[in-house]
Design a protein around this ligand. Structure first.
Ligand SMILES: Nc1ncnc2c1ncn2[C@@H]1O[C@H](COP(=O)(O)OP(=O)(O)O)[C@@H](O)[C@H]1O
Ligand SMILES: [Mg+2]
Length: 288
């Protein structure tokens, strides 16, 4: 066995070689890590872009579906009004014609006709109510502000929950789709208050500001959790949010600060609501 130690310079050159090897390995590892990180970043960016574009597509689809639903409702309302409304009117006329032909001795028949006539009147009222629920024709007649005022009054009458409406836009003219969206959001919010809030008071405010219109619907009920606001099952809330976003607006729903209850806030840019004298706008734009 050779117990002689290798000369010093040989050891030194071996050490140098080993150091170079270690350095090369390190550089390779770092390069690999940097490369991988770059690939991951590119993939992440791509995924983000895909997500953004599908979100935009979904938003466009939701907006299309909302307006398609509004159009469908208008068609059904018209059919209801024309077909059923006219049919029931002629039924009513027929009944009163028969009633006039009856002799005083035909009391049982007279009684029957009276009850049929009352049923027909009720049906006519129901058809009218369903048609106006489907198509907010009152918006055309009264305009948004008066419609909301009467909605608040009716809500108070039906539910016993005190409901006030306040606005600084009494004379404003609203674009049709903005008016329909605001009206539908208020309807859905009031229905939720009646169904879920256990409130004794509700408050609606429509306020014109410098850059937009703010709608708030407040109640003093039990309040709402974040989980419900963003829940997959909360289709009513999702519908309200989509209506606001379709108008380029924002939507928030949550606790109403220090007091208990819920506050819904929708903000829509002024340009999408069209407010002001009719003369400053296109003559073809329907206003409400
Ligand atoms: N004003 C409110 N106060 C308390 N809870 C509410 C209020 N509005 C909505 N919620 C809660 O949020 C849930 C989702 O509402 P929504 O999406 O309109 O669906 P739905 O009314 O069909 O249940 C309701 O079931 C209710 O629990
Ligand atoms: Mg609801």
């Amino acid at each position: 066995m050779n117990n002689q130690k290798p000369p010093y310079h040989e050891l030194e050159s071996k050490m140098e070689e080993a150091e170079k090897l270690i350095h090369a390995l390190r550089t390779q590892q770092v390069d690999a890590i940097v490369g991988e990180r770059h690939i991951m970043l590119v993939r992440l960016k791509q995924a983000e872009e895909n997500l953004k574009s599908s979100r935009n597509q979904l938003r466009a689809l939701a907006s299309y579906l909302l307006s398609a639903r509004e159009n469908e409702r208008a068609v059904i309302a018209r059919e209801l009004h024309d077909e059923f409304g006219q049919g029931l009117t002629s039924l009513q006329l027929g009944l009163s014609w028969i009633s006039r032909k009856l002799t005083p001795g035909q009391q049982p028949l007279q009684k029957k006709i009276k009850s049929l006539s009352a049923t027909t009147t009720n049906l006519m009222r129901s058809v009218k109510n369903i048609a106006s629920e489907l198509r907010p024709g009152v918006l055309n007649e009264l305009g948004l502000v008066k419609t909301l005022k009467s909605e608040a009054r009716e809500f108070e009458g039906h539910t016993g929950i005190r409901c006030r409406f306040k606005t600084n836009t009494a004379k404003a003219k609203f674009d049709r789709s903005a008016a329909v969206a605001i009206f539908r959001i208020v309807q859905a919010a009031l229905t939720n208050i009646a169904r879920h809030a256990h409130a004794s008071r509700a408050h609606i405010a429509l306020t014109k500001r410098k850059n937009g219109v703010t709608l708030t619907v407040t109640d003093n009920g039990k309040g709402i959790s974040r989980k419900l606001v963003y829940g997959h099952d909360s289709l009513g809330i999702t519908g309200m949010r989509e209506r606001a976003l379709a108008l380029g607006g924002t939507f928030t729903l949550g606790g109403s600060g220090s007091s208990k209850g819920t506050i819904l806030t929708v903000q829509i840019p002024l340009s999408r609501v069209i407010i002001g004298p009719a003369s400053s706008r296109s003559r073809n734009t329907p206003q409400f």
